[in-house]
Write a protein that binds this ligand. Sequence first.
Ligand code: HDD
Length: 705
Amino acid sequence: MNTNQNGLNMNEHAKNNQLAAFRVKHDDQVLTTDQGVHVSNTDDSLTAGARGPTLMEDFHFREKLTHFDHERIPERVVHARGFGVHGYFQVYEPMTQLTKAKFLQDPNVKTPVFTRFSTVVGSRGSADTVRDVRGFAVKFYTEDGNLDITGNNMPIFFIQDAIKFPDLVHAIKPEPDNEIPQAASAHDTFWDFVVNTPELTHMIMWLMSDRAIPRSYRMMEGFGVNTFRLINEQGIARFVRFHWKPLLGVHSLVWDEAQKISGKDPDFHRRDIWDAINKGEFPEYEFGIQVIEEQDEFKFGFDILDPTKFWPEELIPVKIIGKMTLNKNVENFFAETEQVAFCPSNIVPGLDFSNDPLLQGRLFSYLDTQLIRLGGPNFHEIPINRSIAPVHNNQRDGYHRMTIDHGKVSYSPNSLANNRPNPCETSGYQHYQEKVEGVKIRARSLSFQDHFSQATMFWNSMSPPEKQHIINAFQFEVGSVKDKQIKQRVVDLFNNVDHELAKQIAIGVGATQPGSGRTGASETSPAVSQLNTIMTAKTRKVAILAEDGFNHAEVSKLMNSLNGAGVCFEVISKNLGTIKSSDQKELEVVKNHHTGTSVLYDAVYVAGGRASVDAMLECGEALHFVNEAFKHCKTVGAANEGVDLLKVSSITGVNYSKGENIVSELGVLTQNKADNLTEFCKQFIDAIAKHRHWERESVKGTVPA
Ligand code: HDD
């Protein structure tokens, strides 16, 4: 591999150098003005007398205030709330047969990437865990120039034609008279748009599903959504869709938990990935492609150019071809995450677009939006947006131009500079020579008109708990709509998807139940159910509840086991500082009950030790912690005296261990004998790996999550 002395691949090195060239460290420096003049005092303005007016000549005051007054740029019109991280991509084996794209040829080449995850609807300061689609945008800095795969965490989109995008966004954003609600689709204008635009039906099923409340950016799939083309050296083209598959599996929060996190830690998702990368737990996603031969374009029961349809994996398998590793946090949020500019039209030789009408519109919109957001046509010169491939052309001037273009020639053809820079037929980007003909027409293709079959397929692919979550989501969202007619029309629309679903929506929102509707079996795509994903306890977060007098041998055994399995943990007690075990060993408390709540953890463990458990029994917070974790279907564990806390909790449907045996029911693990701890810890970790214990939701008396 072509590496430098730091072990960095040359492409990574090139990108790092580019960023480093603009990095300024201010440590140990004297404060200066923007002109480099040292400043003697930045706390008092220059005034005429100590109590007199400020003087116009105070250039430092004016410069400081002027810069501050201008330091905001417009937030993105959608996807304003996001978080970017650096990493690299490596292909597993040469993809020569399918594409000539250079970054997909050599498994030794690490292509630097910058990935920005986002929500769609909320403003820049909105909460991370709202119900929404998540953006999953990857910028590859390839040797052939920048390639952006600007995707989402759902494989389809709301609308089929880009001309409807402003309508969609106006409908889902806060209502314009009072700017309510923030970052939410649960309001009248959105559902009014839904009932009047049946092409949204399929995407609404995904939006109401658990996909819309991911547990972590690290546990989210990514999809390019639109259909692109791969082109090989021989000029043969194939249709392709792109996938990112997280090695930690695809997992979600539960709605009640997500809502609470929005208040307890609105930065939950960005903190999660920031902390993971700082700890060296680098998120990894495999890159997959679904490929359709040109001659098979019309072979399927749906139009492969329709972005409201996914290509079922069972029909068109996802070929895994590489991996992205995210291994570096940004140094400056504004410079990198805020100023990064993605654009689906950033493409490299070996790839091309399809006639997907949503994609075609996107090819215009992204570049256009950067002109206002980043203030002019030179945004490609901002360090995070620069390609590692050299840039030579006759584009000149404009706001904030950084490049000092040499020479007097800025036109083509020219003889003064030997006609340089000149196009190159062999290395230059060649558009695929697709034959197109037709009359100019404003009409939707007939092959785009089935809005319900795949929505039904999605519904029928869900497991019972996933179905229940969808029903609950509809009841929340449509229940928040004020207009009765809209509520009824939602019921009637989704009666085309599944009659039982429509009935349940109607019951929940007080609408009339539909007479008859779509029922019975349809095709399924098991791959879309999150129950069929990778299950691992790695990087999950356990809360250990303990107070003075805890059982040190037991807790340290548990901590060692968790460490061994790559599971994180934090000790939570009534007060911060340290607690002492029954044998006087000290343990640091990371959170108290004000700062550490159950919704921020994947599992909870109640430590044994008589005095510790007695203190917890007196403290309502510990009990609330356990009850809430149980309600959210999380793994709950307790050993020795710790079981006493569970016995008085509202956990239902569980028999506690009476003897020495480990009892594991509904994801609640208890045991009474310290000797069994090794096996107990193993089972506890296995239970955490299951993510959630949905079977609890069907136990009578359990409040649904
Ligand atoms: Fe878009 C941003 C994803 C349709 C117009 N979009 C944006 C971002 C993502 C997506 C991830 C944020 C990029 C970042 O992190 O900076 N958008 C999608 C997907 C779509 C889609 C997967 C459907 C397949 N988008 C879409 C359409 C249009 C736009 C049809 C307009 C015709 N999108 C934009 C935009 C944004 C944007 C207005 C806002 C900020 C930006 O571009 O840079 O141009």
